[in-house]
Design a protein around this ligand. Structure first.
Ligand SMILES: *[C@@H]1O[C@H](CO)[C@@H](O)[C@H](O)[C@H]1NC(C)=O
Ligand SMILES: *[C@@H]1O[C@H](CO)[C@@H](O)[C@H](O)[C@H]1NC(C)=O
Ligand SMILES: *[C@@H]1O[C@H](CO)[C@@H](O)[C@H](O)[C@H]1NC(C)=O
Length: 320
């Protein structure tokens, strides 16, 4: 009887037992869930195949869980983001980024987002939390024999499958090395695969240098631009791609969008379709703006349209 209790039942019995459950690497099919350790450095390339003509974005992450901090750079450090859990009461995010507006081109800006009691700032991982993932199969990825770990989630009509390709060079208990991560989203109402993104990892190392976590001082860091509900994405862009939650920050912005542009869709099906286009547009807009180009994009009245609709309406230009 006692051995049949799982973690959630233990939780009811005694709080401290949960710690044991969570800390133990639980063997799945004879394999322990891959562990990347509490400190690492890794490079990645994010691919968004459904945004525009397909977007690729390179980033680099330094992660230090015990130091309560992480840093994420985009585009060879053109955009630098520091997430410091120990600053002020609930942590803070600092971002140094070029910004193009109506009046300035590629002006370097210093932004800050303070954590709150409800949303404290935590170091952002570059790799998904593998609790809840299951071993699926062995498979070659780019010529490397990998373990494939899989997780499935469902919320409403959205069925998401997450897969991570990893190796363990020195056996089951040694630190894992990530190679590839993939999310495939299927919508049951639309009966189509309408979402996908991938991350290719490289240069993984279980070490970081401590001096790279200090944001430049002597600067005045200002609040991230409006609207406030978009700040979470601006301040921590990687979060939506690493978390395995079917409803992302991008999805949550669809509500404010519908309100602002007074959208009323004819059916639930159209709603799902429009939401999907909106999410791909939002990712495109943020990704392009992070590239620090001489122009910037914004979310406008066209954000819930498909590529084909855009092309018809604008003769091929992305409207601004
Ligand atoms: C990245 O930045 C470093 C230092 O600023 C520079 O030496 C290097 O050439 C850059 N690499 C690319 C691919 O732009
Ligand atoms: C990390 O920072 C968060 C947010 O400020 C805080 O709640 C938490 O206690 C810190 N954790 C550690 C291990 O210091
Ligand atoms: C963050 O909090 C600090 C300390 O309370 C404060 O000085 C700073 O102005 C805040 N910054 C932003 C952008 O909210």
């Amino acid at each position: 009887m006692f051995v049949a209790l799982d973690c959630s039942m233990w939780r009811l019995l005694a709080g401290f037992v949960l710690l044991l459950c969570a800390a133990d690497a639980t063997p799945v099919g004879g394999r322990t869930v891959p562990d990347f350790g509490k400190m690492y450095h890794v490079k990645g390339e994010l691919t968004l195949p459904y945004s525009g003509d397909g977007i690729k974005e390179s980033f680099e992450v330094w992660y230090d869980l015990e130091g309560n901090r992480s840093r994420i750079d985009y585009h060879n450090s053109t955009v630098r983001t520091f997430l410091i859990g120990d600053d002020f009461d609930y942590g803070a995010i600092y971002q140094i980024t070029p910004v193009t507006t109506d009046t300035e081109i590629q002006a370097i800006k210093y932004f800050q987002l303070n954590g709150t009691k409800e949303d404290p700032i935590r170091p952002q991982a570059a790799l998904p939390d593998l609790q809840g993932f299951e071993f699926e199969k062995m498979e070659d990825y780019a010529g490397v024999q990998c373990e494939v770990w899989k997780k499935f989630t469902q919320a409403g009509h959205k069925k998401n499958t997450y897969r991570l390709w990893v190796t363990r060079p020195e056996g089951n208990d040694s630190p894992a090395i990530p190679y590839h991560y993939e999310m495939m989203g299927f919508n049951t109402l639309l009966e189509s695969h309408n979402d996908k993104y991938m991350i290719d990892y490289s240069d993984f190392s279980p070490r970081t240098e401590s001096d790279i976590f200090t944001p430049p001082g002597d600067m005045t860091y200002k609040e991230f631009p409006d609207p406030p509900e978009e700040r979470q994405i601006l301040a921590n862009p990687l979060q939506d791609y690493i978390h395995t939650s079917p409803v992302s920050h991008a999805h949550r912005l669809f509500g404010p969008f519908k309100e602002k542009f007074e959208r009323q869709y004819e059916s639930e099906k159209e709603h799902e379709e429009r939401e999907s286009y909106f999410v791909h547009t939002l990712r495109l807009v943020h990704s392009v703006n992070r590239a620090g180009l001489t122009y910037s994009l914004g979310i406008n009245d066209f954000a819930d349209r498909s590529e084909a609709e855009w092309a018809r309406m604008t003769g091929g230009f992305i409207p601004d």
